[in-house]
Every structure is written in C-alpha cells, then in structure tokens.
Design a protein around this ligand. Structure first.
Ligand code: UD1
Ligand code: CA
Length: 456
C-alpha cells in the first residue's frame, strides 16, 4: 500500500521564545526537522511538510530536499494543519502524521505503528510518562479501547492524573482523514482544531482505533520549550553513547560526551570526559581521546592519542601519532604516523611527515614538513606577507632551532639545521647549517641607566 508522510511544522513555537522557527532549533547539531525528515525519507518519497509561521526560513533550509510544501496560512491547530494537506493526499493509501517537534522516534517504532495502522482506520503512538504535564491524555474504556484524547488544558483532574499520553504521531488511511478531519470543530480551551479530536469522532463512528505504546517514553518526547530541548538532547546523546559502548568503545562518563554528527569508532577506543565531536569523525582502533577536546570532521588513525584540551578541525592524524595537550589543528592539517604535536602549537593547512615533531609553542602554516623533522620551541612560519600566503618546505631530517622564523616562500634542504633564534629568508641547502642571528657581544663595566630624580 502506498504511504505518504505529513510533517506538521507550521506552529509558532511560542514557548521556545526565539526568532527562529521551533523545528530549526538544533538537536545534536542538526535542526530538529532534519531528524524527523530522515525518518520520513526512509519510508517514502511522498513527504509533505506543512509550513506557516516563519516559513521563509524553513523553506530555505529545506530547499533542495525532495518534498512538497503545503502552506497553513494561519495556525488554527494541528487538525487545521492536516486539513490543509487533504487536497494533496492521494485518495488511497496510508498517511503517517509526524510532528516536527517529536524528533527521537526510531525506524522500528514507526514501522510498528504503520503495521498497526494497516489493521485499523487510525492508530496512535502513545507512551506512559512519569511527567505527562502538557501532553494530551489517552482515554480508554473498560475494555482498553481508546475513546478519545483530551488535551492537557481541557482535562479535568481525573483525566490529568492519567499517565498515558499522546506522542502526537499517528497513522491513518487517506479515506479516514478525508472523512473525519472536516468534522473536527474548535470548541475547546484553545479554540483550536485539534487533530486529536479525530479519535473521539472515530470512536463514535465505530471506526477501528489502534495504538502502539512506547516501552521507552523518551522516544516520544516532544519539544515545546528549551527545557524539553535540553532533555531531548540528553536522551539522544544517551542513545548515541549506548551504541558506541555496544560497539566496543570505552566512554569514561556516558553523560559527558557530545556527538553532534557521525562518530565512527574502531575497537578499544577510549574517550575521556567532555569531548565534543561534530561533523563526521572517524577514530581508528585503540585511539585515546583525552578530556576536553573539540574534534570536527577529522580522522584519527589507530593507536593515536589526542591529549586534553585540543581543537582538531577537518584534519587527519596518522597511526600512533600524539597531539596535545593544548594543540590546535586547523583545517587541512595532516599529521603523519607517529608524529608529535605538542603544547600550544597551531598547525594550519600543513603536511607533517612521519615521526616529525612540533612540540612547543609554534605556528606552522601552509607548510610541507618531511619525515623525522624536529621543529624547536617557538618556531614560526611567516606565511603571510600582508597580501598573499606563501609556502614553506622543510625537508626530511631537518632540525629547526628554537625561536626561529621561516619567512615563506622558503625551502630548508634535507638534513640541514637552522640555528636557534634565526630569521630565515633564503633557501637553505641540504646538510648545511643556517644561522642568521647577530653574534653575541659582551660589553664589560656597563652600568644600567639610573632614573633621574627631579626637584631634589
Ligand atoms: C500536541 C498534541 C498533544 C500531544 C503533543 C505531543 C494536539 C492538539 N495536541 O500538542 O495531544 O500530546 O502534541 O508532543 O495535536 N502545528 C501546525 N499547525 C498548527 C499547530 C501546530 O503545523 O496550527 C505543528 C507544530 O509546528 C508542531 C506540531 O504541529 O510541530 C504540534 O503542535 P504543538 O502546538 O507543539 O502541539 P502540542 O501542544 O505539543
Ligand atoms: Ca509539541
């Protein structure tokens, strides 16, 4: 049977108190709507997104996605939102209604609901929540049949004590929606057309109402305000970290790691506390990540170590290499196998060869460094002349003395040495020593100047 997915995303999101549409608030680094859309797209190519409030931003964000927009010009409620989509639905087939603010559903749960829907006219996804405040409550009769859903604001005390809540997700046949949605009225505490009223109407019309009850209420969390956004973020992170641990990663404290993208790990990886991973990050077997790192769009090869307090962006770290503490790998840095990047070192768009070391207080930018090179403390590649960037080449086996400046473009030949404190402006031949500092003088019997004392 054909399936369409409707995503409700036209609401104002007032409780978020934001200039942005609620469904663009980020969860694990991605707008909430993207999480919902990913679920939808796995099921069907027929995706309709209902937009209204602040729709320009939302349309712009979703431009290029294969989906249909339906406008709900004024936001008169979830039932009214679905009514706008009725002319766009095919006459037959199933319609899954997702909410742009319920982002944690898993594919399995959604399939279960669709399956339940195929055996009824309409099926709702519910959960038993310890904190049902704000949600619609599921009313069942003595036989356990769902007779209606009562919104929190319209519920009396006994209804409010019901723990079974509506997640806002349902599936129905297109025929059911075409028949029942137009019957929904707006006589309630919010003067809104509630989608949830279709359940009461279904019951009265003797339609078959099915339900799937979530065993894990966290999956059905709805995000109306920033407290719920934070709770949802934690629930999502907990899910990610659980999968990591299942796959053989040791996480020092599962509550202190943030994955805002895709983290792919080999075996026996160790991740200490407070690291933020974003974009696509790959960690090879036995990689160790110390505490307080920020790693985005990078690959760290097997047995490499990132010591605490580093920022690694769009870079590659080779096997057995060591980075940190306090290193910054800026985009397009490539650290070769067993290379070492140490304290307060900034690397940018550079290739550091195998077993080469930049251990202390240096800036290396637009540079090609060969193998087994040692770059002394406080070395700076002067890559920028105020107008253009230039390249530095440091060939295999070079030793750069501490406190040197290499003024690019410049090449330091294989096996050569730069004396400490040199400013190198010309190419250095292989196997030679280059020193550019002023010879030391000693002036004996030199007295420090004394401060003159006025008005004595
Ligand atoms: C809704 C349900 C409630 C359920 C809860 C689960 C109704 C009446 N209530 O309440 O039973 O427990 O979700 O999270 O359905 N929207 C529109 N157009 C509108 C109004 C809303 O597109 O006119 C969209 C919103 O953008 C949002 C979704 O529908 O994505 C739900 O709306 P919201 O106002 O958040 O409903 P809740 O009060 O959370
Ligand atoms: Ca909501």
């Amino acid at each position: 049977m054909s399936l369409s997915v409707l995503i409700l995303a036209a609401g104002k999101g007032r409780r978020m108190n934001s200039a942005f549409p609620k469904v663009l608030q980020k969860l694990a680094g991605r707008p909430m709507i993207d999480h919902v859309l990913t679920t939808a797209k796995k099921l069907t190519g027929n995706v309709i997104v209902i937009v209204g409030s602040q729709q320009e931003m939302l349309r712009e964000h979703l431009a290029g996605e294969q989906l249909e927009f339906v406008e709900q010009r004024q936001q008169f409620g979830t039932g009214h939102a679905v009514a706008q989509a009725l002319p766009h639905l095919s006459e037959k087939g199933a319609v899954l209604i997702l909410s742009g603010d319920v982002p944690l559903l898993t594919d399995e749960i959604v399939s279960q609901l669709i399956d339940c829907g195929s055996r009824s006219d309409v099926a709702v996804l519910t959960s038993n929540s310890d904190n049902p405040d704000g949600y619609g409550r599921i009313i069942r009769d003595k036989e356990g049949k769902i007779t209606s859903i009562v919104e929190d604001v319209d519920a009396d005390d006994s209804q409010r004590s019901i723990k079974e809540i509506n997640t806002g997700i349902m599936v129905a046949s297109a025929e059911f929606l075409q028949e029942v949605i137009p019957k929904i009225g707006a006589r309630n505490g919010q003067n809104e057309y509630y989608l949830t009223d279709c359940i009461k109407i279904a019951f009265e019309l003797n339609k078959k109402v099915g339900s799937v009850v979530l065993s894990d209420a966290l999956l059905g969390l709805g995000v109306n305000d920033r407290n719920q956004l934070a709770a949802t973020e934690r629930a999502l992170q907990a899910r990610v970290v659980k999968n990591l641990m299942r796959d053989g990663v040791t996480v020092a404290d599962p509550s202190r790691i943030d994955v805002r993208g895709e983290l792919i790990c080999g075996k026996d990886v160790f991740i200490d506390v407070n690291t933020v991973f974003s974009g696509r990050v790959v960690l090879g077997d036995r990689v160790t990540i110390g505490s307080n790192n920020i790693i985005s769009d990078s690959e760290i090869s097997s047995s490499a170590t990132i010591l605490p307090n580093c920022v690694v962006q769009n870079s590659f770290v080779g096997k057995g290499a060591q980075v940190g503490p306090f290193s910054h790998l800026r985009p397009e840095s490539f650290i070769g196998d067993r290379g070492k990047i140490g304290n307060f070192v900034e690397i940018k768009k550079s290739d550091i060869g195998m077993m080469s070391k930049v251990n202390h207080l240096s800036y290396v930018g637009d540079t090609e460094v060969g193998e087994r090179v040692n770059i002394g403390a406080g070395t700076i590649t002067c890559n920028y002349d105020g107008e253009n960037k230039h390249k530095t080449v440091i060939q295999d086996g070079v030793f750069i003395g501490s406190g040197s400046q290499l003024v690019a473009p410049v090449t330091i030949g294989t096996g050569s040495t730069v004396g400490a404190g040199s400013t190198i402006t010309d190419n250095v031949n292989a196997n030679s020593l280059a020193v550019s500092r002023v010879p030391q003088k000693s002036i004996s019997d030199w007295m420090k100047r004394k401060k003159s004392v006025k008005n004595k």
